[in-house]
Design a protein around this ligand. Structure first.
Ligand SMILES: C[S@@+](CC[C@H](N)C(=O)[O-])C[C@H]1O[C@@H](n2cnc3c(N)ncnc32)[C@H](O)[C@@H]1O
Length: 212
């Protein structure tokens, strides 16, 4: 089994050409089709988990508009540095952080999007619990990929450092969502797309302080 260090080195080394090599035109077209599933609205505060070089940031920024806020983080410093080059508003924030210990207060985001990153967490239950903690009640959490679960397993299998990084099977994913305080997820798993999406349980709060 590859170590966390090997995985980290793998992503660090690919930061500069990740977007160009992983997002050719055809893939970007499918990414555009996926965006409505993120359920983004103007003014929303959105967290981009494992942002990599910030591929999603321009789309999120456009969707939440001037009143919204995009916060993006990655464990890899080279990736976070690349992501910081994306056009941001003064309210936005891009940082290096570990998904297992998020440096944010509880219930401060309206949307939490974990795009192409969930299989890479050492402790998926803890990472999901952290994403749910920072999501407001009634907010939506989305785990998304542009490959099916099976395609992703095959794809990662071609790289030693991430060969064991897989998406949990549906029953376990449902269990992880329940334990994190989320509604049962709707899961779409088909060629070219994996999407697990659910709302956080509880009454919506009205904390408009804007502090994260
Ligand atoms: C496959 S890349 C996807 C990046 C980006 N979301 C994209 O689609 O281009 C997975 C990312 O997850 C990040 N990652 C892995 N473990 C992490 C953790 N514990 N906390 C935050 N990010 C993590 C990696 O550094 C990497 O940039």
């Amino acid at each position: 089994m590859a170590s966390g260090r090997a995985r980290r080195d793998f992503f660090d080394a690919r930061a500069s050409d990740w977007e160009a090599s992983c997002y050719p035109e055809e893939v970007r077209g499918r990414l555009l089709e996926l965006l409505p599933c993120f359920d983004l609205t103007p003014g929303a505060r959105v967290l981009d988990v494992g942002t990599g070089p910030g591929v999603l940031i321009p789309y999120l920024r456009r969707a939440v508009g001037p009143a919204g806020r995009v916060v993006a983080f990655d464990l890899s410093l080279p990736m976070a540095r690349k992501a910081r080059e994306k056009p941001l508003s003064p309210r936005d924030l891009v940082l290096q952080a570990d998904g297992h210990r998020l440096p944010f207060r509880a219930a401060v985001f309206d949307r939490v999007i974990c795009f192409a990153a969930f299989p890479h967490f050492d402790d998926p239950a803890l990472a999901l619990a952290e994403m749910a903690r920072v999501l407001r009640p009634g907010g939506r959490l989305v785990i998304a990929h542009l490959l099916s679960r099976e395609e992703l397993t095959r794809h990662h299998g071609g790289h030693e450092a991430v060969a064991d990084d897989i998406l949990p099977p549906p029953a376990l994913m449902g269990e992880l969502f329940a334990r994190a305080g989320l509604e049962p997820p709707s899961i779409e798993d088909r060629p070219g797309r994996y999407l697990a999406s659910a709302l956080k349980r509880g009454m919506p709060l009205s904390d408009e302080s804007g502090r994260i």
